[in-house]
Design a protein around this ligand. Sequence first.
Ligand code: NAD
Length: 430
Amino acid sequence: MANSISQPGGQKPPAAQTSGSTLFATTQRQFTRAAATLDLPPAVAEQLQGSDREVMLSVPMTMDSGEHRIFMGYRVQHNNARGPYKGGLRYHPHVDLSEVRALAALMTWKCALLDIPFGGAKGGIQVDALKLSVGELERLTREYTRRLLPNIGEQVDVPAPDVGTSEREMAWVVDEASKLLGKPVPGIVTGKPVTHAGNPGRREATGRGIGIVTLELLRRLGKSHTDAKLAIQGYGNVGRHTTLFLANQGCTFIAISDITGGIYNPNGIDVADLETHLKQPGAILASYRAPGVTPIGNTELLLLPVDVLIPAALENQITPAVVEATQARAIVEAANGPTTLEAQDMLAERGLPVVPDILANAGGVCVSYYEWHSNTTGAGWDLEKTNAALRAAMLGAFEAVWERAAQTGRGMRAAAYEIALARVVAAMEA
Ligand code: NAD
C-alpha cells in the first residue's frame, strides 16, 4: 500500500458529522475570528486555514491471531513558518482526517503562543489501542513509522505522545527510524523514556503546566488555592499529573473520572490513596471506594459546584447543555478542544473565566522543545532547569494572555489566538 499525499487545497471536513469534524469547525471558526481582528492579508489567511501537507497511510498489520488488518494512519502538517512541524501521535477509534487537521492547527497556535520555535502538526491511527496486545501495538507503530518516515525528521516534523500513546511508542518510533536511516535520530520524536534520550520532567510536563496556570488563575481571581474545590475529567497522562501536582499544592479534588466512570467525595478525594488503589492488579478508577466516596457519571461531574473544572480527556465535552447546567466557576482546558463553539460563546457571554487549551496544556510541548534541543545540540536539561523554564514559560504566556484579554475585553481564548496568530504571520512575512 502506498502513501497517499493529498493536496491541501479546498480543505473542508468530510460530510459526515464526527467528533473530529465538530472540532475542526470549532478551530476554523476560532481562527477566522482572530484573523478578522488582526485584518490578515487574504492569501495568508487562506494558507493558514488549510494545512501545508496531509499524509494518509494504509498501515497493514498481522494480528496475533494471524489475521491481516489494515489501519488508517494520518499525519497533518499545518504550518512550519516558525520551525519544524511538531505535534502528538494519537491512537483512538475516532481519529479521522478532520480531527487530525484541527489538532495540527492547534499545535501551530500553541507553539507560537509559548514562543517555541516549532510549527504545528498532528498524527494518529484509527485504532482502539486498548484492544491490541503489546506486540500488536509495537508492530503497528513500527509499520506506521516506516510508511511515514520520509515525512518526519529531526528538522522536519517531530511527533510526541498524545491520547493512547506514551513513552513506549515514542521509543519504538526512534528505534525504527534510526534503523532505517542507519544512524541514531533521537530528536525525531519527543516524549521518549528518560533512559532513551528523553527529558526529565517531560512525562509530567503537560499536567504540571496545567497546574501552574490553574494556581495562577485562582490567584488572579482572588481565591486561595488551598480553599479551592476542583473536578477533573480524564485521569490519563495529562489528567493524572495535573491532579497529582495540584493535590500536592493543597488543592482539593471532589470528583475525578476516566473512561471507566467517576468518583465523588464532597469533602475531597484522597489522591495518594487513589494512587495506591490504582497500583493493585486489575484496579480501575471507578472501582475506588473509601469513606465518603460515591460513584459519579461523567456528565454529572461537569456540572458540580467547583472553583475550577478541568476537562482533561477528549474534545467536545463541554456542550451548550453542560454550560446551561454547570455550577463551575472557572474552566481550565487541559484537553485539546474540550469546549464546542456554541458552548464557548455561552461561557463568554456569562463571563466565566476559561483558560484555553492552547495556553493551558502547552507545558508538554515546552518540555518537548527542551528534549529536542538536548537531542539535537547536546545541551543538557536536568529536572530543576526544566521545571524552572517550564514555570517561567507558562506564567509568561498566561500574563500576556490575561493582559490582552483585559485590554480588548474579548476573553482569554481570543487573546491567546490573536497573540499566536500575529507571531505566525510575522514569521511567514519574514
Ligand atoms: P491519555 O490517553 O493518557 O488519557 C486520556 C484519559 O481520558 C484517560 O484517562 C481516559 O480514560 C479518559 N477518557 C476517555 N474518554 C473519556 C470519557 N468519555 N469520559 C471521561 N474520561 C475519558 O491521553 P492524554 O495524553 O492524557 O491526553 C488527554 C488530552 O490532553 C487530549 O485532548 C490530548 O490531546 C491533550 N494533550 C495531551 C498532551 C500530552 O502531553 N500527552 C499534551 C497536550 C494536550
